[in-house]
Design a protein around this ligand. Structure first.
Ligand code: NAD
Length: 241
């Protein structure tokens, strides 16, 4: 799997860790508002296996609404600028987002740590995954083995199967970009530490709660749609020099 991402080019490797902030200006709200709610819901009521067990209708409805909303918006200037970076770098995006705005912008290599909203999976076999596009998942919708379908989302308290691959890749990074994530949700937040100590890190976030305690971190304290194009331009200039 690692070879799929690294073997085909000798361009310098840029690993981009993205979170909900990069999609905010496309119109998808970030996870936490000032009340700690997500679209009016306590995340524990909709984003845990216990919630699905207790109230599957509510959880399916919540994700059906999120899917519909995510498919109604467009990639923004930040998603698009990351595509331009591919001219000079091997760019691998490691996203906590479940939307597909990176892919729709044109990014070629995207690893979804927390699943994908446009996919459903079997409750009996996690390897049975289906592309569903914008379709709703309803009670009674079954996988090929006859079990109920659920959103292909990593809920709180569930393992994050893509983390080892993301760590392996980040360990080889020549540059690490962190865009629109508070770096508060583990294990994704720990990835910034996987890169070699001398690898430059660039953070784009208008309200970063706390910068990682590393010397070579540069903060762009602004929104993704202005900060990412600037950062991309400076990386492209650096590569030419
Ligand atoms: P978070 O809510 O912890 O952090 C979001 C960060 O984005 C904050 O630090 C905020 O300052 C920053 N931000 C807000 N607007 C921004 C902008 N315009 N430009 C740049 N930064 C901006 O979210 P998280 O760290 O991504 O983790 C939350 C979890 O919620 C993830 O697991 C993710 O799966 C899920 N989630 C995903 C989506 C999505 O797919 N778009 C949306 C909401 C939640």
């Amino acid at each position: 799997m690692l070879e799929n991402y690294l073997a085909k080019t000798n361009k310098p490797l840029v690993v981009v860790l993205t979170g909900s902030g990069i999609s905010a200006e496309s119109g998808i709200p970030t996870f936490r508002d000032k009340d700690g709610l997500w679209e009016g819901y306590d995340p524990r009521e909709v984003a845990t296996p216990e919630a699905f067990e207790a109230n599957p209708e509510l959880v399916l409805r919540f994700y059906n609404e999120r899917r519909h909303a995510a498919n109604a918006v467009e990639p923004n200037a930040a998603h698009k600028a990351l595509v331009e970076l591919e001219e000079q770098y091997n760019v691998i995006i490691v996203t906590q987002n479940v939307d597909n705005l990176h892919e729709r912008a044109g990014s070629g290599q995207v690893i979804h740590l927390h699943g994908e909203i446009n996919k459903a999976r079997s409750t009996a076999d996690p390897n049975l995954i289906y592309d569903i596009g914008d379709q709703a998942i309803n009670i009674g919708d079954q996988c090929d083995k006859g079990s109920q379908l659920r959103p292909h989302i990593v809920w709180f308290g569930e393992p994050v199967p893509m983390i080892p691959l993301a760590e392996e890749i980040t360990r080889r990074a020549d540059h690490v970009l962190v865009v629109g994530t508070s770096l508060l949700v583990y294990p994704a937040a720990g990835l910034i530490h996987a890169a070699p100590a001398d690898t430059p890190r660039y953070v784009v976030n208008p309200e970063m709660p706390e910068l990682p305690r590393q010397s070579n971190v540069r903060l762009y304290e602004e929104k993704a749609t202005t900060g990412v194009p600037k950062l991309v331009q400076s990386l492209k200039n650096g590569a030419q020099a």
